[in-house]
Design a protein around this ligand. Structure first.
Ligand code: NAI
Length: 335
């Protein structure tokens, strides 16, 4: 069996994957940014692909995958794969949904707390002036967590883990997730709303945990932000394109939104010329202490990477053995 890893996000020669897959499996590892940087023959010859987020799996070139019996997305979000197009070619697409659930939830809470407890602001003021910066009132968003409303968009694995953490801080949890069955709110003891606008208007913190889909792309736009509770903090560890960055810029600039913490951006890495990124990088006074960025790192910990790589290989092997797990596309598979 030949497993192709076209856009590997690790530096070794697939040691973890080889150990997980066992004997009789060969790995071919590339660090490509486009499909054409991998020889066409490699695509044609592979039995499985383990892919990261760099290459876009859409377009007629998917016909090259003539032997391929599974595409494993080494990650949770599979928005870089046309899963219907893969299904039409009889190729199951499987993700690895559980390698970093707690890491992402921890990161969302850490970003929230960095703003609401002023952690980064204090550090910045003190570094600039260790004596004059010794002041507790400088950060703009410090507030008591207990009693605030933590609004979750997408109460799935990560959203639930984040909500449980927020509740441990004494926050009230409100969620919006149209796909969940009636009564989910009772199981968790959270409040539920059936409208995004209602969630926006009642939440002190909004944390995004939905996938990027046709429905969620640009969901946090000018209209949604107009409904936001004044002073709200938006945390996005989901996907950058769920948020309209221009609308976010306007909402922060006019003071409607208190702050934002973004692990993900519509274009990654950040576009230095976007007005919001430029203002943040230049430390313009109006944005100081109100915008926090991290480099799509919410999933990351040394432990999560090991889990991701091992589980990716196990998922490929399961599919090659005829029993795919965590399939995210149509059930039709190659015989
Ligand atoms: P999940 O599938 O368990 O949960 C997603 C939830 O969003 C589901 O309950 C679903 O019903 C809900 N949802 C779907 N459409 C919605 C809509 N229009 N409005 C509100 N809710 C909606 O997924 P999981 O594991 O919790 O991951 C969530 C997302 O987090 C992934 O899709 C991925 O994009 C992102 N992610 C980001 C990482 C990072 O490093 N920043 C790492 C891992 C995942």
């Amino acid at each position: 069996m030949r497993i192709l890893i076209p856009d590997a996000q690790f530096l070794d020669d697939a040691e973890i994957e080889r150990a997980a897959a066992g004997a009789g499996v060969t790995f071919e590892v590339h660090r490509a940014t486009r499909e054409t940087e991998v020889p066409e023959e490699s695509w044609r010859a592979c039995d499985a692909v383990i892919c990261y987020h760099v290459i876009q799996y859409r377009g007629p070139w998917l016909d090259w995958l003539e032997r391929c019996k599974v595409i494993v997305r080494a990650g949770v979000g599979f928005d870089n794969i046309d899963v219907d197009m893969a299904a039409a070619r009889g190729i199951p697409v499987c993700n690895v949904p559980d390698y970093g659930t707690t890491d992402v939830a921890d990161h969302a809470i850490a970003m929230m707390m960095t703003l609401t407890r002023g952690v980064a602001s204090y550090d910045e003021h003190l570094r600039a002036d260790p004596v004059g910066g010794w002041r507790f009132e400088k950060p703009p968003l410090v507030r008591r967590m207990r009693g605030l409303t933590f609004g979750v968009v997408g109460l799935g694995r990560i959203g639930t883990a984040a909500a449980l953490r927020a509740r441990a801080f004494g926050m009230d949890v409100l969620f919006y997730d149209p796909a969940l069955p009636t009564g989910t709110e009772l199981s968790f003891g959270f409040q539920r709303t059936n409208s995004l606008a209602d969630l926006m208007s009642r939440s002190d913190i909004v944390s995004l945990h939905c996938p990027l889909t046709g429905t969620t792309r640009g969901m946090i736009n000018a209209e949604a932000l107009a409904a936001a509770k004044p002073g709200q903090i938006l945390v996005n560890t989901a996907r950058g394109a769920v948020v309209d960055l221009d609308a976010l810029h306007a909402a922060l600039k006019d003071g409607k939104l208190g702050g934002a913490a973004l692990d993900v951006l519509p274009v990654e890495p950040a576009e230095p010329d976007h007005p919001l990124i430029r203002a943040w990088a230049a430390r313009e006074p109006w944005i100081a202490g109100r915008l926090l960025l991290s480099p799509h790192a919410a999933f990351y910990s040394p432990s999560s990477i090991v889990d991701l790589r091992r589980k990716s290989a196990e998922t490929a092997i399961a599919a090659l053995a005829g029993a795919p797990i965590n399939r995210v596309n149509d059930a039709r598979v190659k015989a």
